[in-house]
Design a protein around this ligand. Structure first.
Ligand SMILES: Cc1ncc(COP(=O)(O)O)c(C=O)c1O
Length: 466
């Protein structure tokens, strides 16, 4: 049990003292507008706010407004922002050693984190390759498939988000990110549909609908396109995050596992978003009872510090061979001491505060509350779905055509800010409101957030016709 209910320990609650973005945020926005590559930060009259500090579930902006963070800052702050244990680990480590020589003269922290991750990972996954970002962990996973199987091809899914470095981007599926670079790849990624029941033409839960979405994978593995070998890996997010919080139907992943076994192809889970308690278990692999061959993790691993890893089955990871002095795949910050110290503290917090179990219980309440919202606004909330504290509300213009209501979603996120809620739009059309709070969110805070979202829908959603 928790020593304390995190809702009672939250430092601050929603408190808007000046309409956001306030003057200090607007001033910073005008400076940033002329000094940063303009493509990076979207600067509008009513967006964004600039963050000053954060603790637990609460974020304070530079104008003194406080917000409930329903995003965990891209699902990173699983243990909450600036968890005291993580802060202490950083403060203790920083004077000793901030940066080392990760693959040449490593630290004990790298050893300890590798041991800890191996103990926590599903099945016999281990032998990590550390890195700093989620995309890098995906790059390691992609390369591991090629090294272990000798085959370069990869199966990836529609709606996938695996990051924006080249290898990961080839597997990511969104024109917005890819269009300007598409000519630079060798065409080794084969795209198949992600099981997205809400937008599937087959009747939901009809007897054989589930496995129709596996058919393209089977066909591709059995009979690769002309000029291609059988792919070496199938890369999937066990729950799609940025693609719109899409939960595959029961047994889908199990059947995908069987297909990969049958065709001797590595199954890779991108758990960068779903890892470390988010779905109500340590990993989505545990939640769904399916062990992949390779797994990429990142985001919440470091409690806010940038650190990621690729783990795999011993045979796959050992296929890289032994380093003879110049690692074939490494990076300057691999096994970064400060990030490793923060990650070890983060894992302690997750374990001691039993946050994966907490996410499971709270997630069930959250989903029930979202279902009530859907029943109240059937013309606008087309679908609600989630697992653990990873939930989404899909907003539509019309429940029959299911046309994405992107403008409404954007208005809701901005209006949410003015009510003290930080939300993000998800999905290729931005019409899914993602709800992925820190796992330490209190039930009262979660309830408060849902009430506000309801009030915002009430205000912004078109009223039903006569
Ligand atoms: C599933 C998944 N994989 C990979 C990434 C890329 O991580 P990063 O932005 O740290 O490179 C993300 C980021 O959102 C993600 O959600």
């Amino acid at each position: 049990m928790h020593k304390k209910d995190p809702s009672t320990t939250a430092q601050a609650r929603r408190n808007i003292v000046v309409n956001p973005p306030g003057p200090a945020s607007r001033d910073l926005a005008s400076r940033l507008a002329v000094i940063e590559c303009p493509e990076v930060t979207c600067l509008e009259d009513d967006f964004p706010i600039f963050w000053e500090r954060a603790r637990g579930v609460c974020v304070e902006d530079v104008d003194g407004n406080t917000y409930l963070d329903l995003t965990a800052a891209f699902a990173v702050a699983g243990v909450g922002h600036c968890h005291p244990r993580v802060v202490n680990a950083i403060v203790r480590q920083a004077p000793k050693l901030i940066h080392g020589m990760g693959d040449v003269h490593p630290t004990g922290l790298k050893v300890a984190l590798a041991e800890r991750l191996t103990a926590l990972a599903p099945g016999d996954l281990g032998l990590p390759i550390f890195s700093s970002s989620g995309a890098e962990a995906v790059e390691s996973a992609r390369k591991t498939c090629a090294v272990a199987t000798g085959r370069q091809g990869l199966v990836a899914f529609t709606g996938a988000y695996h990051g924006l470095t080249y290898g990961a981007l080839e597997a990511t599926d969104r024109d917005h990110f890819r269009a300007q670079f598409a000519g630079q790849w060798a065409g080794q990624v084969h795209r198949v549909p992600y099981p997205y029941c809400y937008r599937c033409p087959l009747e939901r839960r009809s007897p054989d609908c589930r496995w129709a979405c596996l058919e393209p994978v089977r066909a591709l593995l059995e009979d690769p396109p002309d000029g291609h070998d059988r792919p070496g890996g199938v890369l999937i997010e066990p729950v799609q995050g940025r693609g719109g919080t899409i939960v595959p139907p029961p047994e889908y992943l199990e059947r995908l596992r069987h297909l990969c076994d049958r065709f001797d192809v590595l199954l890779v889970f991108d758990e960068v978003f779903t890892g470390f308690g988010r779905t109500g278990a340590w990993f989505a692999a545990d939640r769904f009872g399916v062990v992949p061959d390779v797994m990429a993790v990142g985001k919440s691993l470091g409690g806010g510090m940038p650190i990621s890893a690729c783990l795999g089955r011993p045979g796959a990871m050992r296929s890289w061979g032994r380093s003879t002095g110049e690692a074939v795949h490494t990076s300057t910050f691999l096994g970064h001491p400060l990030a490793c110290a923060a990650a070890l503290a983060t894992l302690d917090v997750l374990e001691e505060e039993r946050l994966p179990a907490r996410a499971k219980t709270l997630g069930e309440t959250l989903l029930r509350r979202l279902e009530v919202l859907q029943a109240t606004y059937p013309g606008t909330v087309g679908d609600v779905r989630g697992v653990g504290l990873m939930a989404g509300l899909e907003l539509v213009e019309d429940p029959v055509t299911r046309e994405p209501a992107s403008t409404l979603a954007s208005a809701l996120v901005k209006a949410g800010l003015r009510e003290g809620l930080i939300l993000l739009q998800e999905g290729p059309r931005g019409n899914v409101i993602g709800i992925t709070p820190p796992l330490v969110i209190g039930s009262a805070e979660l309830e408060d957030a849902i009430t506000i979202i309801g009030a915002l829908l009430d205000r912004l959603a078109p009223s039903p016709g006569p």
